[in-house]
Design a protein around this ligand. Structure first.
Ligand code: GDP
Ligand code: IMO
Ligand code: MG
Length: 418
């Protein structure tokens, strides 16, 4: 069997705890590769009394032995990337950026924010970072790639022509643009810092695969935010599901081996759009408080609710999940009963799949007895019996084994089942 990469993907609406599991797995991998998204992502890793918030740099960076790749499927904001790099002083030789990744520049963020304002109460609730406009330009074939940073004068000329083409629209949107001199200085500054890291990462990853290196593919966001399979238009602008890892890095689908799907023991969502199992009452507030459910990237309170087994089953199938890492089980500690959305009702009819318009779906719940404490538990057998029954019931509903269970933000509070 040829060497295959392991893959991590979010099964819900993002913020499932991917960062913690990527960091955990990165200890035994040679390469960690991001394949989609931009600095809309916020991956938190807690090691002792240090907390790291990573947005674009792969979460393997905390293993000093691991090489980290930012793939072509990512949209990269040089200014934000450089800021993030400043947390580390040993990145040369272990951080690689695809020359084919698309550039996300300050005007993209201004367009994103202007569009959101113009949408009023139909706003998506984006992170305002410019993700949609950057991917939009890529697909419209008017974007620019990281490789172009290597010739700042030429890129400046191309961007000035692009700005001129859209000048009228930018004026209406109130998007302020840099002068030619400002732009050239900005791009030259990016080149200065980033040049040593820019390379053909496709060749790099192929070589690593051929040499039998252990490779981990790190997804961002979650399945329900996928541009095709999520709750469109309340989604992000990239392919967040496992299929995106192939095109986002330039590898073949058959180069992907074991898929670990990350899901919280409940659900959260930041931004607008349907969320059938959202709890607007006391339970939702308690989940937010216990789980510290405030965005890593924007600080916004996350909407909270119960585990959605229908959406999770959909995600297991789309991503080809081999095992699930069930995160934040401890956040459910102390609830008398724990609810699970086991089906939806649409027009009075019970369905067990994710419908075209999730807005129309109301949840059908099943209740499970709660438990006192799972926080810090490190073996499956030490979990309270009711927590084990909850996990077993979820496995049956979603059709995948929960091979990893996480009981706190700390590295060591991670149960790996045989
Ligand atoms: P990501 O975007 O999927 O990487 O997830 P985030 O980092 O945005 O959000 C997950 C949050 O939950 C982070 O603050 C983690 O430190 C924290 N976390 C991860 N696993 C656990 C867990 O098992 N229990 C608790 N209480 N917190 C956790
Ligand atoms: P991680 O990788 C949670 C959400 C935004 C918004 C929608 C579109 O940390 O799981 P965008 O700025 O991408 O155009 O916003 O997607 N969103 C996320 N929600 N976690 C994320 O990333 C997210 N990245 C984007 O809140 O609803
Ligand atoms: Mg996050």
């Amino acid at each position: 069997m040829a060497n295959q990469a392991d893959l991590i993907v979010g099964l819900q609406w993002g913020d499932e705890g991917k960062g913690k599991i990527v960091d955990h797995m990165a200890q035994t991998h040679d390469y960690v590769c991001r394949f989609a998204g931009g600095h809309n992502a916020g991956h938190t890793i807690v090691i002792g009394d240090q907390t790291y918030a990573l947005h674009l740099i792969p979460s393997g960076v905390l293993n000093p032995e691991a090489k980290n790749v930012v793939g072509n499927g990512v949209v990269l904001s040089p200014v934000d990337f450089i800021k993030e790099m400043e947390q580390f002083d040993d990145l040369e030789g272990r951080l690689f950026i695809s020359d084919k990744a698309h550039l996300l520049l300050p005007h993209h963020a201004l367009i994103d924010q202007a569009r959101e304002r113009m949408k009023g109460d139909k706003a998506i609730g984006t992170t305002g970072k410019g993700i949609g406009p950057a991917y939009g330009d890529k697909v419209a074939r008017v974007g620019h790639r990281v490789g172009e940073l290597l010739d700042p004068a030429k890129l400046t000329a191309k961007l000035m022509a692009y700005f001129e083409m859209y000048q009228g629209i930018f004026d209406v949107m109130g998007v302020e643009l840099p002068s030619e001199a400002e732009l050239l200085a900005e791009l030259a500054g990016y080149k200065n810092v980033l040049e040593p890291y820019i390379t053909d990462t496709t060749l790099l990853v192929w070589d690593a695969l051929d040499q039998g290196k252990k490779i981990l593919l790190e997804g961002a966001q979650g399945t329900m935010l996928d541009i095709d399979h999520g709750t469109y238009p309340y989604v992000t602008s990239s392919t967040t599901v496992s299929a995106g890892a192939a095109s986002g890095l330039g590898i073949a689908p058959r180069d992907i081996g074991r898929v670990t799907g990350i899901a919280k023991a409940y659900c959260t969502r930041v931004g607008n759009g349907p969320f059938p199992s959202e709890d607007h009452g006391e339970a939702g507030q308690r989940l937010r408080d216990n789980g510290h459910e405030y965005g890593t990237t924007t600080g916004r309170p996350r909407r909270c609710g119960w585990f959605d087994a229908v959406a999770a089953r959909h995600a297991v199938r789309i991503n080809g999940v081999d095992q699930i890492a069930l995160m934040k089980l401890d956040v459910l500690d102390g609830f008398d009963e724990v609810k699970v959305c086991v089906a939806y009702e649409v027009d009075g009819k019970r369905i067990d799949y994710v419908p075209y318009d999730l807005e129309e779906a109301t949840p059908v719940y099943e209740s499970f007895p709660g438990w006192d404490k799972t926080e810090g538990v490190q073996t499956f057998d030490d979990l309270p019996e009711t927590a084990r029954s909850y996990i077993t019931a979820l496995e049956a509903m979603v059709g995948a084994k929960m091979g990893i269970i996480s009981t706190s933000p700390e590295r060591e509070d991670t149960i790996v089942r045989k």
